[in-house]
Design a protein around this ligand. Sequence first.
Ligand SMILES: Cc1cc2nc3c(=O)[nH]c(=O)nc-3n(C[C@H](O)[C@H](O)[C@H](O)COP(=O)(O)OP(=O)(O)OC[C@H]3O[C@@H](n4cnc5c(N)ncnc54)[C@H](O)[C@@H]3O)c2cc1C
Length: 461
Amino acid sequence: MKRLSAGAAARLKGIFGERMSVEEEETLLASYDATKKTGMPAAVVWPESTEETAALVKLANEEGFAVVARGAASGLTGGSVPADGSVVADFARMDKILEIDRRNLTALVEPGVVVGELQRQVEKVGLFYPPDPASNEFSTVGGNIAECAGGLRGLKYGVTRDYVLQLEVVTGGGEIIHTGSNTIKSVTGYDLTRLLVGSEGTLAIITKARLKLIPLPEGIATAVAYFRTPHEAGEAVSKMIEERLLPRALEFVDGVTMGIVAKSKGYRFPQGAEALLIIEVDGGKEQVAADIERAVAVAERQGAIAVERAKDKAARDRIWEMRKQLSPSLYAASPDRVNEDICVPRDRIPETLDAVAEIGKRYNLVVCNYAHAGDGNIHVNFLVDTTDSGIMERAEKAVEEVFKLTVSMGGTLSGEHGIGLSKKRFFSLEVAPVEMALMKAMKRVFDPNGVLNPGKIFPDE
Ligand SMILES: Cc1cc2nc3c(=O)[nH]c(=O)nc-3n(C[C@H](O)[C@H](O)[C@H](O)COP(=O)(O)OP(=O)(O)OC[C@H]3O[C@@H](n4cnc5c(N)ncnc54)[C@H](O)[C@@H]3O)c2cc1C
């Protein structure tokens, strides 16, 4: 393991005091994320201000160590897995909601705020922060902005990028800069905010964000439709959109995943159901009652064998709890898994699901898919039993085929999890050399000495 020089460690201590540690129990805790990939940092610091963060990055440039920002480490592509010998900046102590501005419908927040807490606080005053990753109860605003998190309501409301008005960040050179405007419109110069959203902590470290809020919808209606095949459920998604329905959520779960969550959490599903769609609409009370019935009617025309309507909030919460248990249940069901988040044009979901099933069969792998189907964003999982020798190689070949298929469908390698470490070797399947060179040039402008989160996004040279 690489260590900091004695001089660098002493200077770090000078900035952070007790909030700096080189102890193994702290560096180990900062060495992984939800991918189970690991890298050993030399130290961990807990900034409490933008100025401390800037001092850290300046020191990194002078002493030649890397800095890796860390939120809740729930990332699924290794984004916050530290480079060996780096310093992890853990934003757990910058977790304040600084302002909820009810006249302008914005919130000013620090990066360590947990997204679910922000949602609850703004809902108390009748406002709504729509981005809703299934990890909302633990992932942070900083991590969501750095990954451009999506989630359960993307179809109607978009993703994190659509709600970031302004950022305060520290660049890789250690300067504190402010991007965007506290207005709904702004075209003053290049849109640096959009560039920074989704940049995975490689261009700058976010220390404050002003987020757009909207009025909390008056009514919500939720239903679950069950189908005999994933293909039928996929067709129902396309049909609803073609019929100009815009549910706020359209979540797909295939039969294998349903079987796993049923076994591990005790859920019961109708017999013969090999796919389900969670349909949720919001808006005025009368409108939602009409919209949910229109959506259910489409599902039934596309072959739904059963439909459950949530009668009250408790029933709706149970449906979403089941959805949020999918990922943990898959972790529990298999010693390991390969989990991807491809995104295809929505009308290509049925053929993509069929082709992924065929790839799984060819490589003799258990495939489980669930999807933010309204966004075309499919979480393809290959379950990996590590006692089966050769399975990892088969899974990796299968993943490569899935990515090639995605690109051939006009899709993208990542809808919401980013590239990080996990997908960087596939990056050039989608990004042409000239575009990659432009991206690398931007990285050099923001981070001339390459101190921020090295080794991520771009393929190894
Ligand atoms: C069960 C489960 C469900 C999930 N569901 C979804 C989902 O529905 N939709 C979705 O989009 N994702 C989902 N995710 C993935 C993950 O929660 C998101 O990627 C989330 O945005 C990561 O936030 P985090 O706070 O955990 O960040 P981390 O994992 O700690 O970091 C992620 C990236 O952000 C960078 N970063 C963190 N803080 C900052 C900062 N202050 N400044 C600059 N860069 C920073 C890190 O360096 C890293 O590159 C899920 C994960 C799990 C485990």
